[in-house]
Design a binder for this molecule. Structure first.
Ligand code: ATP
Ligand code: MG
Length: 759
């Protein structure tokens, strides 16, 4: 469809008669159809999971285009993820019969970036501005803190980042932060630092994610003409997952909708799961106030799940007090009961899920119709490894695979350098991580020597610390690090790989770095590191483990095809699968202890909504499991089944088998899956082969640890030489490639022969 309009208040294309009996409307129920057809004025669809909210929104979009109510560029449609935007675009294209150009369809971030690029200069930016990631932001803040003489060990940059993000989520520019909210960060200087950070970003022609919204808001307020143009342009606004919008997003929508007031939001207060990220479920509750006369549509028929699953989810969420409450029904009575499995430990859980998946697959079900939804990122590892062993294709949605995560790569890099000092990539990754003062200049010198002598960075380091080539401020930590590596290498033979790893991560300061980190991701990263040591426990030695890691990493070649999904409950929002596995329903893990500690009852209720989101992803089968033991940090901890399990109405459950498990063996009964499990079994080697499989593969560490010293460069005592940094001098002593030189200006120094030339 040609859409000649960009910013103009274009007259809508006139397609004549609305498509009342259009095929895309045919399958809708009465309430859904009313929501699709109520095109004029504000509409709120407030309805439970699986009632067709997203379907209503997509159909509405099709309807607007098909009836000629709007050009594509006059429709603003907001989805929660890029994936959801893609799906909606495809569905619309399928209905319309061809790709639709010009739609404003995407996430809040994508849409506001598009607006901001058009008016960058009004925000003091150039249209080519860069969008920084969290790492860049943290680095920038750290520089700033240092420049302001703030003690970053006491007031880490990441903590400031979290504070600033929170303000941005609330749409607060530095001048708008209410007095008294500065907190105690750096003695109450957070707002000033926030202002300095914003100035720095502008100077760099950069924005962070929060800025995308914030700059848009600021420029709309400061430039009523620009705002009015957009208000005229967007005749229709559609918003999915409205319950999870934060204040900045809400203000942005409210401003844009003031023109035509044709805004349609769909959401479910029982699925609000981003409170911890600043989402305000209150936005949905005050819709009627903001848009008087709003048409409120309730959808009550659930088309997704069977009766048992819906009953379980409804029974669970009824335990929350702060909710609107709604009726949900399905005509798909009965179905499989929700299965609740008791298992011995996480490994037995992964094994059982693997077996079940294989059985369903053998029965003809496709892997892409199955998902494992976890509460915490670290939980994915056991499932990933199990699926690899079984040869089941899987994808980790909305996050990296376990061994690809930043902190796991960092930790593995330490281990690689211990096992293989010449591993330059690994060495470079961690030589200054955590920051220990080995800066770029020192690294360049290391590189130069390594290149010139064809030796590894590690070997170059070992030589350089004997000299004055690099400044003491960098030399000392480098020498310390190399000493640490030598010690860890020596300890390798007598220490189990898990214990050794823990020691390395502690002694190197790596664990401490994340402990001091106040960002929301830090606790998850620490959990992942613990999970890593747990994984190492399965191996006889480090070399075996490292080989395993490289094999696992190789396994991720295919990107498409039939695959089971592993993801967190948070990323599962809006999705559906025939079979959903819900592992780890244990007190402390789910509900997560942190949510309870930090937010009390509100935290518990958000966790319960998350459980509700999990259950309502399932069409046919929901399989909950709970392990009696979790091995955390090399210690067995017994776990209690989640309170959420007790809250599920018993008439829609089938509890299986704990029988026998705790006494060392027994039969499972569960939704058709049978098998045996015992304590010893549960603790067996999980990677498809006995431990002995890794034996005899130890790399000869000593052989690679000390590269041969280069021969002396032919210098003699008394030679006059020139050094880039120290100038002219004469050689006083020669020890293979190390020279002692008295420089004319710099005095006596120890340097390497490759750094000097004959004068
Ligand atoms: P969630 O709250 O989880 O985001 P939702 O309310 O957005 O759910 P949809 O994803 O739109 O629900 O719909 C759930 C399922 O029900 C989809 O498979 C959809 O195609 C189907 N569905 C929705 N409405 C109907 C209908 N009228 N007839 C048949 N199937 C329907
Ligand atoms: Mg939806």
């Amino acid at each position: 469809m040609a859409d000649p309009f960009e910013l103009d208040d274009a007259p809508a294309p006139d397609r004549g008669v609305p498509a009342l009996d259009a095929p895309y409307l045919a399958g809708l129920n009465g309430a859904q159809r009313a929501a699709v057809e109520a095109l004029d004025g504000p509409v709120l669809v407030l309805a439970g999971a699986g009632t067709g909210k997203t379907r209503v929104l997509t159909t509405r979009l099709v309807h607007l285009l098909a009836t000629g109510r709007a050009w594509p560029s006059q429709i603003l449609a907001v989805t929660f993820t890029n994936k959801a935007a893609r799906e909606m675009r495809e569905r619309v294209a399928a209905r319309i019969g061809g790709a639709v150009e010009g739609l404003w369809l995407g996430t809040f971030h994508a849409l506001s970036a598009r607006i901001l690029r058009r008016h960058a200069e009004l925000a003091g930016l150039k249209a080519s501005f860069t969008i920084l990631d969290t790492d860049d932001q943290t680095r920038l803040l750290k520089q700033l803190l240092q420049a302001e003489n703030v003690d970053t060990s006491r007031w880490p940059a990441r903590q400031l980042l979290a504070i600033v993000q929170r303000w941005k989520d609330r749409g607060l520019a530095p001048g708008q932060v209410p007095a008294g909210e500065a907190g105690d960060f750096a003695g109450g200087r957070a707002v000033d630092l926030y202002r300095a950070y914003q100035a720095r970003l502008i100077a760099l022609n950069a924005v962070d994610f929060g800025d995308l919204m914030l700059h848009c808001l600021t420029l709309f307020m400061a430039n009523p003409g620009v705002l009015a143009d957009y208000q005229r342009q967007f005749k229709y606004i559609l918003v999915d997952e409205y319950q999870d919008t934060n204040v900045a997003q809400y203000l942005w929508l409210r401003l844009l909708a003031q023109g035509h007031r044709n805004i349609c939001c769909v959401g479910d207060d029982d699925q609000s799961i981003y409170g911890w990220r600043g989402a305000e479920v209150g936005n949905i509750l005050r819709f009627e106030k903001d848009f008087p006369g709003a048409h409120i549509v309730r959808l009550e028929q659930n088309y997704r799940s069977t009766g048992h699953i819906l009953a379980a989810a409804t029974g669970l969420i009824a335990h929350n007090s702060g909710r609107l409450g709604k009726t949900l029904w399905t005509d798909r009575a009965g179905g499989h009961p929700v299965v609740v499995r008791g298992v011995w430990d996480g490994e037995a859980e992964a094994r059982l899920v693997g077996e079940t998946v294989e059985q369903f697959k053998a029965a003809g079900e496709s892997l892409s119709e199955m998902a494992v939804l976890v509460r915490a990122g670290f939980q994915t590892r056991e499932f990933e490894e199990r699926f690899i062993t079984l040869g089941l294709a899987y994808r980790v949605v909305g996050g990296a695979r376990f061994y690809e995560r930043q902190e796991i790569r960092d930790a593995v890099a330490y281990l690689r350098v211990v096992a293989q000092p010449d591993d330059d990539l690994a060495f470079e990754r961690i030589v200054n991580l955590p920051r220990r003062g080995i800066g770029n200049v020192a690294l360049q010198i290391l590189h130069r020597l390594a290149r010139a002598e064809s030796i590894s960075l590690h070997a170059a380091g070992a030589r350089l610390i004997e000299t004055d080539e690099i400044k003491p401020a960098a030399r000392r930590p480098l020498a310390g690090l190399l000493r640490d590596f030598a010690r860890w290498r020596a300890e390798m033979a007598a220490t189990g790989p898990a214990e050794l790893t823990e020691r390395i991560l502690d002694e190197s300061g790596y664990t401490g770095m994340w402990q001091a980190d106040r960002s929301p991701e830090a606790p998850g990263r620490l959990e992942n590191l613990k999970e890593l040591t747990r994984a190492l426990d399965e191996f006889e030695n480090l070399a075996g483990f490292l080989e395993h890691v490289s094999l696992v990493m190789e396994n991720d070649a295919q990107a498409n095809g039939d695959m089971i999904s592993i993801m967190t409950l948070h990323s599962a929002k809006g999705l559906e699968f025939d079979t959903v596995f819900l592992p780890g329903w244990e007190e402390g893990l789910f509900p997560h202890q942190r949510a309870l500690d930090e937010s009390g009852l509100a935290g518990l209720e958000e966790e319960r909504r998350l459980a509700h989101v999990g259950l309502t992803r399932a069409r046919q089968r929901a399989i909950v499991s709970s392990a009696a033991n979790r091995r955390i940090h090399n210690q067995w901890q017994s776990a209690l089944p989640s309170r959420f399990i007790d809250e599920l109405p018993s008439e829609c459950l089938e509890r299986t088998a704990d029988t026998g498990l705790y006494s060392g063996g027994g039969n499972w009964r569960s939704g058709g899956a049978t098998g045996t499990a015992s304590v010893s079994d549960a603790m067996a080697f999980p990677y498809g082969g006995p431990r002995a499989g890794w034996r005899g593969r130890t790399i000869d560490i000593q052989a690679v640890a000390s590269p041969a010293r280069a021969p002396a460069g032919g210098f003699h005592v008394g030679d006059r030489v020139f050094h880039q940094k120290f100038g002219y001098g004469s050689i006083k002593a020669v020890d293979v490639d190390r020279l002692e030189i008295v420089f004319e200006k710099a005095g006596p120094k120890r340097v390497l022969d490759s750094f000097v030339e004959r004068a």
